[in-house]
Design a protein around this ligand. Sequence first.
Ligand SMILES: NC(=O)c1ccc[n+]([C@@H]2O[C@H](COP(=O)([O-])OP(=O)(O)OC[C@H]3O[C@@H](n4cnc5c(N)ncnc54)[C@H](O)[C@@H]3O)[C@@H](O)[C@H]2O)c1
Length: 216
Amino acid sequence: MDIRMHKFSDKVPEPTLRRLPWYLSNVKLMKERGETYVSSTQISKQINIDASQIAKDLSYVNISGRTRVGYEIDALIEVLERFLGFTHMHKAFLFGVGSLGGALLRDSGLHHFGLEIAGAFDVNPDIVGTEINGIPIYHSDDFEQMMKKYNVNIGVLTVPINIAQEITDKMVSGGIKAVWNFTPFRIRVPEDIVVQNTSLYAHLAVMFNRLNVNQD
Ligand SMILES: NC(=O)c1ccc[n+]([C@@H]2O[C@H](COP(=O)([O-])OP(=O)(O)OC[C@H]3O[C@@H](n4cnc5c(N)ncnc54)[C@H](O)[C@@H]3O)[C@@H](O)[C@H]2O)c1
């Protein structure tokens, strides 16, 4: 298989970055079924994406396949996990331990994808000083102090929308470099700060729309 290597300086396109974890999950599934090699054609059959697209996406990752047999599964899993940053833990602080924030603290899946929530912040006296899933919940006023104690550079934002910007500013001035924003507010940040907006509801709207189309 002739895989063109990309230079490390090449910026990986966002759609590729979103597909790679999907390949990883499926390749892991094939390994569980006892396979030792996997080709882009096999992955393609599982997830209904063009084999050429898969090969192109995988060309950003430092691995080469062999003609016909494809990629060695163990090597592919290892390389994908490393490439996607899932092998070492990225530490985060979460702001707003309400229904969504609490659920994220309880989610064991984040760990598998390389995110460790080291601590959370709220102002509700009923929950400050308690912990969820072993994660301590501090008062928001203690954030700056905790930034000195923990080696954290990611902030998860699950506060009410009306204070989304205020809390973002607080996180950034405290040294947070990337914000995973679950609020519907389009937060503003300095240029060097990474923002990832995430909404479960956006996917829901797509599902409802497709459901209606299918039922017409
Ligand atoms: N992206 C999504 O798919 C999605 C899904 C659900 C909710 N949301 C959004 O997430 C946010 C939280 O929603 P929720 O339903 O969990 O709300 P919630 O009211 O249950 O939780 C908000 C929490 O923020 C805390 N809080 C208030 N002021 C604070 C401060 N200064 N510092 C730290 N914490 C503070 C509150 O005490 C509360 O515990 C909202 O903005 C909501 O729109 C997004």
